[in-house]
Write a protein that binds this ligand. Structure first.
Ligand SMILES: Cc1ncc(COP(=O)(O)O)c(C=O)c1O
Length: 437
């Protein structure tokens, strides 16, 4: 447990008070830089997509390449060790190289992975998910989150014979052209022709979109709560989900929950259960197999026939080893009540960080679920102060991003939290010193 001083800040495990010099950030990234220069010669962007260095500002504070991971930590190619608060952007939930999950994966690999027929593990995993998730009557497997958010919209169209999808502005569902923000390179205006974007938490906007498109809306897709990048997360307002559910049922619109990011960090039965509503389809991915590649769409019995009408598949979608890993991961999360543990650890992490910030005269705001919180220093609306602080923490061994929500795992320990608070303390001293100088 953290020890508190009178300011409420966790006591530094070593060192002195707010007035003394910060321990210097010692991390440097020469090998990361060299590898990136090689990558840029042969790979567009060097590193693309969500692992691109672009949003990690200041860029000098971050490594680009990781060498290995263990538990809640990873090591970069320069040998720097990080307590990882990004968890591979969500997939790592039980800790890197978890022995139970890895053994399940390896055992299946020894038997066979991508074979000419589907595997027994596929049936077992579908049965497990149908038992685990109350609304689910069936499960369908793919690889990435975007595979199943796309499939969900196809099922909605097959079920209704309608064309339009309502989505939340600023929501992220993957990289299919219609999921990207209009104007992105490689997409065209027509990609968005059947997508209507409305504001989060706005039932009137949903009613308006339905009224303006009579008989045209196939599905509504949203995350369980709103977690955009570069902005605070937003919880559903009072009665929001109940009103949305009633409206969609009345209009015969398929209700899709994208649980790719929140899934298994709020509860194991679907994050909708946490908020008390029932969708028709739920998309899972990220944490489903502790890092092994698999995603799942689960749906109600009523949609099973329509799901079976849609042709949708991929070369590796039947790989048995990630299915074995998913089964082991879910069983382990259930055995240790993983979501409860991550919410508790996240709550303590945040309380400690907020208190450390306060002891240095800063206001650190946390939004979203404690198991995947978005943190932001409110003292500077431009985010630059927050970027500096996250960078100072990262260069001392607590890997924080400033643009994206963080992720907790069941592998984060009390020792990790104490070390993180110590690092945060030094980082606040450093940004005060930098700004003064
Ligand atoms: C909420 C949400 N939906 C869908 C996706 C897409 O998942 P993937 O990148 O595996 O296709 C993501 C990825 O970050 C996500 O956060």
């Amino acid at each position: 447990m953290m020890a508190d001083d009178s300011s409420g800040a966790p006591a530094a495990s070593q060192g002195c008070g707010a007035e003394c010099e910060p321990r210097e950030a010692t991390y440097t990234y020469a090998e990361s830089g060299a590898l990136f220069r090689r990558a840029a010669q042969v790979i567009p962007c060097g590193i693309y997509g969500h692992l691109s260095p672009a949003p990690c500002t200041p860029v000098s504070a971050y490594p680009f390449f990781a060498e290995r991971g263990r538990g809640a930590r990873f090591w970069d190619v320069d040998g720097n060790e990080f307590i990882d608060y990004m968890c591979a952007y969500g997939p790592m939930i039980l800790g890197y190289n978890h022995p139970v999950v890895d053994e399940a994966y390896q055992a299946q690999m020894r038997d066979g992975n991508a074979l000419t027929c589907a595997s027994r593990k596929m049936v077992e995993l579908a049965e497990y998910l149908v038992d685990l998730v109350p609304m689910a009557g069936w499960a369908y497997f793919a690889k990435n989150g975007g595979d199943v958010t796309q499939y969900a919209t196809m099922v909605a169209r097959a079920a209704t014979g309608r064309d339009k999808i309502i989505a939340i502005r600023g929501g992220y569902h993957g990289v299919e052209p219609w999921m990207q923000s209009p104007g992105h390179d490689g997409t065209i205006a027509e990609d968005h022709g059947n997508v209507i974007r409305i504001a989060w938490n706005d039932v009137a906007a949903l009613e308006g979109a339905i009224a303006e498109n009579p008989g045209r809306i196939a599905g509504f897709i949203a995350t369980p709560y709103h977690h955009p990048s570069f902005a605070d997360s937003e919880w559903p307002g009072d009665g929001y989900w109940a009103r949305v559910e009633t409206l969609l049922r009345k209009e015969g619109i398929v209700f899709i929950i994208d649980d790719v990011r929140c899934g298994f960090r709020l509860g194991l039965r679907g994050s909708n259960e946490y908020f008390g509503f029932t969708p028709d389809l739920i998309c899972f991915c990220k944490a489903l197999a502790n890092g092994y590649p698999i995603s799942a769409l689960v749906g109600t019995d009523a949609l099973k026939r329509d799901a079976s009408k849609v042709f949708y598949t991929g070369s590796y979608w039947f790989s048995a080893a990630p299915m074995a890993a998913a089964l082991a991961c879910l069983e382990e999360l259930k055995r240790i009540d993983g979501p409860k543990r991550m919410i508790e650890t996240g709550t303590r992490l945040i309380e400690g960080l907020v208190a450390v910030a306060r002891s240095h005269g800063f206001d650190l705001r946390a939004t979203g679920a404690p198991s995947l919180p978005y943190l932001r220093l409110t003292d500077d609306e431009s985010l630059m102060l927050h970027q500096d602080w996250c960078g100072e923490c990262t260069r001392r061994g607590a890997y924080f991003t400033s643009h994206h929500n963080w992720f907790l795992s069941t592998a984060h320990t009390d020792e990790d939290l104490q070390r993180t608070w110590d690092i945060a303390d030094d980082a606040f001293k450093a940004i005060r010193k930098n700004r003064a100088g």
